[in-house]
Design a protein around this ligand. Structure first.
Ligand SMILES: Cc1cc2nc3c(=O)[nH]c(=O)nc-3n(C[C@H](O)[C@H](O)[C@H](O)COP(=O)(O)OP(=O)(O)OC[C@H]3O[C@@H](n4cnc5c(N)ncnc54)[C@H](O)[C@@H]3O)c2cc1C
Length: 171
């Protein structure tokens, strides 16, 4: 067996790439397995306005490319693959994808989440262009507009608050 990686990170969204940046700068030469959604959820959106350092906002895919390049600059190796199983009881830890097996001393799982969509035909096409899965991120864009929300009661209350008193009633 080849010597194990110091750190393997599963997931290439902001969390995985942040972990990779810090591990790489700690000279741990991390291996990052990017998963089926390379770059994670931010690649699905358009303008991101709530990240510090981008006064005029930045497009989601561009932001992810920057994070990726920054992680690679310090020595992160990024590989394609979707992890199908891990054995954390093994020493070193075994991480399997459909076509490879890796071993590591430490494992960081940053596999994120996915929004539960309604399944409407137009939903994906309009994602980031009127359809949103994140009130915290996108409420600001919809100030003063009619909105429709499908969510838990608590999330609807938060959405209403973020859209402020200037927006029309939520339906
Ligand atoms: C349309 C949209 C717009 C958004 N807009 C904003 C915004 O404006 N501002 C904001 O702050 N947030 C926004 N968000 C939320 C933001 O994208 C998420 O909070 C963020 O991406 C979470 O990062 P993460 O790294 O935890 O996970 P994710 O981005 O979900 O990444 C998960 C990663 O794990 C990988 N993965 C999963 N399973 C496996 C596996 N078995 N093997 C290998 N890899 C795996 C995936 O391929 C992916 O790379 C938006 C989300 C969406 C969907």
């Amino acid at each position: 067996m080849p010597s194990p990686h110091n750190v393997i990170i599963i997931g290439s969204g902001p969390a995985g790439l942040t972990a990779a940046l810090y591990a790489a700068r700690g000279n741990l030469r991390p291996l990052l397995i990017e998963g089926l959604e390379a770059g994670g959820q931010l690649t699905l959106t358009t303008l991101v306005e709530n990240y510090p350092g981008f006064r005029d906002g930045i497009m989601g895919p561009a932001l992810i490319l920057e994070m990726r390049a920054q992680a690679e600059r310090f020595g992160t190796t990024i590989v394609h693959g979707n992890v199908t199983s891990v054995d954390v009881c093994a020493s070193p830890i075994a991480v399997r994808t459909s076509d490879a097996e890796y071993h590591c001393k430490a494992l960081i799982i940053a596999t994120g989440a996915s929004a539960r969509l309604l399944g409407l035909p137009s939903e994906r096409g309009l994602m980031g262009r009127g359809v949103s899965t994140c009130a915290t991120c996108d409420g600001y864009f919809f100030r003063g507009q009619d909105i429709a929300s499908r969510s838990s009661a608590a999330a609807i209350r938060r959405w209403k608050k973020r859209c402020s008193s200037r927006s029309s009633p939520t339906r």
